[in-house]
Design a protein around this ligand. Structure first.
Ligand code: FA5
Length: 341
């Protein structure tokens, strides 16, 4: 009978040792069979009650089984420890209290913000937003704008020429005036916004790549008075306060008469400060009434149409709005600057 019991202990104990997933479970199996009150320990303890012959036989078998099981336990302990080191058998879990990874949100560049705002204000006044190419022909950038080849006015635009076919990087957005009027009959109101390029030394207020906003309004009896009203309304909305606009005589071959446009300094309100060089005025753009040759070169009869045009630096507009003292910061890629917007 005891013999049978030993047989069943052998089978069951080995199975349970094999099944144990961790040391806790293995310990439970150990206690069940080899602990003080374990099944095999009880048999070993009761040997003395058996007759001598049987005691010898059963004793031998029971001790052999004890050794086998102890060996199996040792082996299993090693196996469980090895697996724990590798992380096998560890239950996967998610700690929902750990703060998540913050995804850095991008934001718009200050010049993009200004571009959008400028478009919106002019659109509210009925202007259409149009585009033109950055690589231009000599005709559109100069000749059609009444700046013939050897005219000294060409020197004002430090041009970056491309090798092929006398192409160039546009020096201003004014060529869009011609391109648009070639294809559209007045009355018309447009702004063209984009990058322009000049081969010039950079400083705090000059870049070699910058943005311009070109404006053009053509119709019957469009005068300088219309221009002044439109531009005053624009600056008022843009700076969110009443702004005085000053027109001083200037020269552009594509407008006649031409003006240099200044506004009351937005920093000091016209009292005079370092930004406006103590004058109380800030120069913002060139403008004038469309020259008859420009109408002719666009296929329009100058006797039938009148209009005004203007061109302002978008970067300088942004500098005024955000009180930035160096234009070169816009393209510096300096995150300390860019993250402020
Ligand atoms: C022109 O480019 C004319 N096409 C403007 C115009 C359009 C006049 C239509 C009449 C009718 P000007 O070179 O002054 O003009 O440039 C216009 C504006 O661009 C300047 O007032 C200034 O705000 C900006 N600007 C000019 N050069 C630079 C530069 N290097 N860096 C940044 N902004 C500049």
């Amino acid at each position: 009978m005891v013999k049978n019991e030993l047989k069943s202990i052998k089978i069951l104990a080995q199975k349970e040792i094999e099944k144990a997933k961790n040391l806790k479970e293995l310990n439970r199996v150990f206690k069940k069979y080899l602990g003080k009150k374990g099944k095999l320990s009880l048999i070993l303890g009761s040997l003395k009650e058996l007759p001598l012959e049987e005691r010898k036989k059963i004793g031998k078998k029971a001790n052999e089984l004890k050794n086998v099981l102890e060996g199996k336990f040792d082996k299993k302990i090693q196996e469980i420890r090895k697996q724990a080191k590798k992380g096998i058998g560890k239950k996967e879990w998610v700690d929902v209290t750990i703060p998540g990874k913050k995804i850095a949100l991008g934001h718009l560049h200050p010049l993009t913000l200004i571009k959008r705002e400028v478009c919106q204000i002019f659109q509210q006044m009925g202007f259409e937003v149009v585009e033109g190419p950055e690589i231009e022909t000599e005709w559109y950038n100069f000749d059609a704008l009444n700046i013939p080849k050897d005219h000294p006015a060409r020197d004002e635009w430090d041009t970056l020429w491309l090798r092929q076919n006398k192409l160039l990087l546009r020096t201003h957005t004014s060529p869009v005036q011609i391109r648009y009027m070639e294809k559209h009959k007045p009355p018309l109101r447009i702004i063209a916004l984009g990058k322009v390029f000049r081969h010039e030394a950079t400083d705090a207020s000059h870049e070699m790549q910058f943005y311009q906003v070109e404006g053009l309004m053509v119709g019957k009896e469009i005068s300088v008075a219309n221009f002044k009203a439109v531009i005053q309304e624009f600056f008022g909305k843009f700076f969110k306060k009443p702004i005085k606009v000053r027109l001083s005589p200037d020269y552009f071959s594509f407008t006649e008469p031409s003006f240099d446009i200044s506004i009351t300094c937005v920093v000091c309100g016209g009292k005079g400060c370092s930004v406006c060089k103590r004058t109380g005025w800030l120069e913002m753009m060139g403008a004038g009434t469309v020259h008859p040759s420009v109408f002719k070169n666009s296929g329009l009869d100058p006797k039938n149409w009148q209009g005004f045009a203007f061109g302002m630096g978008l970067d300088r507009l942004a500098m005024m709005k955000y009180k930035i003292n160096d234009i070169r910061l816009f393209h510096s890629g300096d995150l300390r600057f860019l993250k402020q917007f």
